[in-house]
Design a protein around this ligand. Sequence first.
Ligand code: UDP
Length: 329
Amino acid sequence: MKILVTGGAGYIGSHVVKALGEKKYDVAVYDNLSSGNRWALLYGELFEGDLSDIKRLETVIESFKPHAVMHFAASIVVNESVINPLKYYNNNTSNTINLLNAMIKHKVNTFVFSSTAAVYGIPDKIPVTEDDPMLPINPYGSSKMMNEIILRDLSNANSDFRYISLRYFNVAGADNECRIGQAYKDPTHLITRALKTAIGQFSKMQIYGTDYNTPDGTCIRDYIHVDDLSNAHILALQYLFDGGQNNIFNCGYSCGYSVKDVIDRVKKVTKKDFSVEEVLRRQGDPPLLVADSSKIRRVLGWNPQFDELEIIIESAWRWEQKLKKLFNE
Ligand code: UDP
């Protein structure tokens, strides 16, 4: 089967491309390389292009003739989305409409969508289930929620079109063979910031807010290893190819760690002490986000292999050390 992966040269996309390649899917990647990298593609052909370039997109779909599309290409920085919302509605919402239009035109009816726990906003109860309401508190979450609504309406109008939305919690870690990993130009995510501080790339790191209503006052998140998340994509795709219906799944381990917990574990794994400064809250951060992941385990048979924070940090640490050597970052 042929799978077109948008954003396949990016962090999560490239790990899913690896998993698809290992399962012998025929992969093509559509990526504008704005945050992705050519070297991150372990399988498949790269078609450089932007999702706003409808002509290019259609040419690629016409020539590759995918059986399904997996859509990762998106802007993902919560704080940036608060400052520059239109970038998020353009890149995440309008561009998804372009992609769906092109798919429908060329009768590609199977879709796996990268959604996010940010669609929940500040949930009333934790762990949060897929049936809880979508009430995002930042434009990033809103842009993804809009896509989920569009997918729901499109599949209601067109019964041939089937999709799965995977709502990612906090994705981290790297390929166990250390071939690929996160390589953003300006990384903002907690584990990456902490590791880059441990390695000496930053002189200190900051904790954004210690006055949340959580046991230690810092935000709590559910961290998931990128390879377990990749496997969830493969299961979702197989489920759709086997005739499964539209569905939405949380992707997390149902286990929450505070910002302070994460920093302590990073210090333990790396055996490095580093300066940590406590500063004001960052805009758009919900205090507590932990997945109820029983549905994906039950329906798709998802069985995570790396569900330990230390395993995630260890793999990301090996990757950061390699990156530093490779690029002298
Ligand atoms: N965070 C922090 N310092 C950093 C980066 C992140 O205190 O340098 C906090 C952030 O405020 C949030 C949590 O760590 O509470 C996870 O943030 P991240 O950006 O990794 O993921 P998000 O949950 O925003 O998708």
